[in-house]
Design a protein around this ligand. Structure first.
Ligand SMILES: NC(=O)c1ccc[n+]([C@@H]2O[C@H](COP(=O)([O-])OP(=O)(O)OC[C@H]3O[C@@H](n4cnc5c(N)ncnc54)[C@H](OP(=O)(O)O)[C@@H]3O)[C@@H](O)[C@H]2O)c1
Length: 285
């Protein structure tokens, strides 16, 4: 797939103890591939069973030294890393104004600075190989946002921006970057959410309404985690992996609506946009 020979790929997966990361580990092992599974709660990985192709490493992605050690151990065991799945992360629900400073900083520590720790530790390996694939855990909230998810979306937008730049930086080195953008997926994500204290009734009509709507969603509103992982596997195995991979119809529709509105607004305000350079174009003309 991504390595030079025909040997099965070696995965380095964060967030491997639960949800999408865990399912990716399960599917990779079932396909005869090797996995470095990284999580804080490594006991949850015991259920994956004993595999000579599985290395479980305990690391908090916020701890740069621990992440570097996990990469070192992975390379010592398997000799290389072909696919980095940067999936550790969690959500924060609450109005932008209501999220406490500590909550806002904490979610960036895991969802953004944790991702950066993994990139800094794995990129030297991938660059050395002149090959590799990086899966960045984003969301449909990496391209749009609803009331109550401002801080979560802020971390995903940050990951999207840095990944666009990174993709261009590492493309000449044989490394592909794919932003994984799931819609609502049936994982423990919602039960692992941090929640801001509701302070202002002014946000009942937006934030609380959306929170109640999410809590009332039927299970059918969530994509199956097995299919989400299977979709990720299809994309990462492609010769030309996508920059962005939407997973699930509802999330993709939300992104489509947001992108169309953004383009329409760019066009609607084009006169004002272009007037800024009117003198320049008159001069050049
Ligand atoms: N489920 C959805 O609806 C959905 C939708 C869009 C995007 N996503 C994204 O998909 C990714 C995976 O989410 P999920 O749905 O699989 O959620 P999940 O089941 O809650 O899994 C999250 C994983 O992140 C790990 N994690 C959290 N903080 C960590 C830290 N500081 N250090 C190391 N590991 C940490 C957790 O492991 P430990 O607690 O053991 O460390 C867990 O394995 C996230 O980036 C999420 O934003 C999910």
């Amino acid at each position: 797939m991504t390595n030079t020979g025909n040997t099965p790929p070696i995965w380095f997966i964060t967030g491997a103890s639960s949800g999408i990361g865990r399912e990716l580990a399960v599917q990779a092992l079932a396909a005869g591939e090797a996995v470095v599974a990284v999580a804080r709660r490594t006991e949850a990985l015991g259920e994956l069973g004993e595999h000579e192709r599985l290395l479980v490493v305990e690391a908090d992605v916020r701890n740069e030294a621990a992440v570097a050690k996990a990469v070192e151990q992975g390379v010592a065991r398997f000799g290389r890393i072909d696919i980095v799945a940067n999936l550790a992360g969690y959500g924060l629900f609450g109005a932008v104004e209501e999220a406490a400073d500590g909550q806002a900083r904490a979610i960036f520590d895991t969802n953004v600075f944790g991702v950066l720790n993994v990139l800094r530790a794995t990129l030297p390996v991938l660059r050395g190989q002149r090959s590799g694939r990086i899966l960045q855990g984003s969301s449909y909230y990496g391209q749009t946002a609803d009331p109550g998810v401002g801080l979560l979306a802020a971390t995903k937008y940050a990951v999207e921006g840095l990944s666009d730049a990174l993709a261009a930086e590492v493309a000449p080195l044989g490394i592909h970057v794919t932003l994984v953008e799931p819609g609502l997926t049936a994982t423990p994500f919602l039960s692992n959410l941090d929640t801001a204290t509701a302070i202002h009734a002014d946000y009942d009509q937006t934030v609380r309404v959306l929170q109640q709507a999410i809590q009332a969603l039927p299970t059918t509103a969530f994509s199956g985690v097995d299919r989400v992982a299977a979709g990720i596997r299809t994309a990462v195995a492609d010769d030309n992996p996508p920059r962005r991979l939407a997973l699930g119809i509802a999330g993709a529709d939300s992104m489509r609506t947001a992108l169309a509105a953004r383009l329409a607004e760019l066009d609607k305000w084009a006169t004002v946009t272009n007037l800024v350079d009117a003198e320049l174009s008159a001069h050049n003309g």
